[in-house]
Design a protein around this ligand. Structure first.
Ligand SMILES: [Zn+2]
Length: 305
């Protein structure tokens, strides 16, 4: 029996409707960025955004905040219950520049044990279990030694638990190097999703990742200062033209309060009220959009052989 592991318990993959595949709801990188914009928490503004996501048919959020990034799984469970949205929470370490001390001091084996226990037993002692290993990151144009150790530990934890695994490619870089690790570790690529690929302007590399059988994410939609709306849309259409509609998933990766719509940012709803309508206008059928938003996430998020 395959299932999706949410903060409130395991559900059938069929309960999942439109899904944001890479988000942050509780988040704190203020200690790294030296400002308070990068703190997200349960607030009326967040609730307002999520209620609008719900109105557009979004019912599942994959919350990839992990150890060292201000993760709050009991907060996520409360939010999920109150708003009636499925939330999948993550285990993992992010990238070297924000690793907590234990990412450096623990061995590969110890890290794999930690991730495994957060998936099978729970995060801390509150019973909320992680449903994804994410966002496992590399640095800009580099996978450091510590990051490589974490990647291999994440592979170990995936193989023990069958949990899905998604990555962070800093500004879209290092996908090929990440793929090499997954291949060396003999991970079944259909359980892997490469993050931030909409910031990768190397189409050939995107195709290489997709040909491995993995998913790739266009998950910084609305961050138009990194890449224009038009470029991102055309890149996606190009990949759809090439027939990769069963391996693409979408999200907006909100990590700052200033990104909220109320603060003149794109907001979580940018995906629903701006990007998807433009994708549809450009010729994507309802079925293709349902694949990107519903059917691909259902398949990817399922714990399965
Ligand atoms: Zn990321």
């Amino acid at each position: 029996m395959s299932f999706v592991r949410t903060v409130l318990g395991d559900i059938s993959p069929n309960e999942i409707q439109q899904t944001m595949i890479h988000e942050h709801l509780f988040f704190d990188l203020s200690h790294v960025r030296n400002e308070t914009d990068s703190i997200l928490s349960d607030s009326p503004d967040l609730e307002d955004e999520l209620c609008q996501v719900k109105k557009f048919g979004g019912n599942t959020i994959v919350e990839v905040t992990n150890l060292g990034m201000g993760r709050n799984v009991t907060g996520l469970a409360r939010l999920s219950e109150r708003l009636g949205i499925h939330i999948v929470c993550a285990t993992g370490f992010y990238k070297e520049s924000v690793y907590p001390e234990e990412a450096f001091t623990k061995s590969r084996e110890e890290i794999a044990d930690l991730f495994t226990s957060e998936i099978l037993t729970g995060v801390g002692d509150n019973g909320v279990r992680a449903g994804i290993i994410s966002e496992i990151g590399s640095s800009h144009h580099e996978i450091t030694a510590a990051e490589e150790k974490v990647f291999r530990a994440a592979c170990d934890a995936h193989k023990r638990t069958k949990a899905p695994l998604s990555t962070h490619c800093e500004l879209g870089t290092e996908g090929t190097a990440q793929l090499r690790i997954f291949e060396q570790e003999q991970v079944d690529l259909k359980h892997i999703s490469f993050g931030h690929q909409d910031l990768n302007t190397d189409l050939e590399e995107q195709v290489l990742l997709l040909q491995s059988g993995a998913y790739i994410q266009f998950d910084t939609i609305g961050k138009n200062n990194y890449r224009s709306h038009r470029d991102r849309l055309e890149n996606l259409l190009n990949l759809l033209d090439k027939g990769f509609e069963d391996q693409l998933m979408l999200s907006v990766d909100m990590t700052r309060k200033s990104y909220f719509r109320k603060n003149d940012g794109p907001g979580y709803i940018y995906l629903f009220d701006t990007f998807l309508p433009d994708l549809r206008k450009a010729g994507a059928t309802d079925l293709v959009i349902d694949k990107l938003m519903i059917y691909n996430p259902r398949r990817f998020l399922a714990f399965a052989e």
